[in-house]
Design a protein around this ligand. Sequence first.
Ligand code: SF4
Length: 340
Amino acid sequence: MPKKARPLGILEAVKKFGWPEPGSEIKSVELLVGEPCNARCLFCCAGASGAGAWRPFAELEAELARARRRGAWLVTLSGGEATLSPDLFRLAARARALGFKSVQVLTNGLKFASPAFARRAAAAGIDEVKVSLHGVDAATHDRLTGVPGSFDKAMLAFANLNAAGIKASANFAVTRLNYRQMPLYARLVAGRLGLTGLCFMFSFYEGDMLPNSSRLSVRYGEVLPYLRLALEYIRRAGIKIESRMISNFTPCLAPEYENIMIDWGARGAARSGHVFKDGKRRRAAEFYAPRKAQLPACAGCAYADACYGVDRSYVSAYGGGEFAAVPRRRRRFPLKPLYP
Ligand code: SF4
């Protein structure tokens, strides 16, 4: 069993790793190191069923160097499942040598169930790991990942990351199977596990999500009451919001939380990272924008000059009746991210 250790909070991590002070702009790049994966998530937008190849190290290294020259200080290594890459630790060390202040990994957490793997990651310079955790119990999480035992391994991963001195955080993909758990999830992750980083991501309707959509798809209108309860728990508990933490929502759905929404428009585009998929590298904004479109109801919306609109597949499934122009942009918000 891993030695019990307290998780690093965001402000402790800033001090320990020398990240730019809260209030600074996050200048990041996302590096997709390849497509292989050892989970079978029902909602996977890659839809590659774990197949595919790793990108050559030289190509990734060149991309890192370019991003660094443009001022990126944070790199996120993702996949597929980045922890399976034979070059993961070499890439992390290279990023450090190039001057990246933070090297983060997006993962399903399976490999981090090994304490030795977590220690090797820390030694290579990885300072934050975002573990996908899609439920508050094994029945829900394991069903969504398609891997029996993956919930228990994710819990071990958090303990091992804490023991290795790596900051841990959690990502939750919102589907019909788990959306009612969102308030309990906030309590588990921010309360019981003590993590300051978590993100709620509304699933895109593509990849493996399409054949599974009859059991996974859910309306925004069903999700929003649970999202609000989760965020209200975070507010009342005084938990620090590190950066924007709800993804693939639009401001009109919950204008009071527009300041913590990711990927909704031009404001985020200026500092968005990059995505490598199907052999092509694109800015994240270019990648997401074509999937979305404004609706007739968007006319006159105070966010219309910045908002990409709504996921087209969502509109095909549910129509656009939940979206309505917002007369004025919000100035005051109940939650404020440390990195705006
Ligand atoms: S532009 Fe459209 S989708 Fe975006 S916030 Fe306004 S009404 Fe909603």
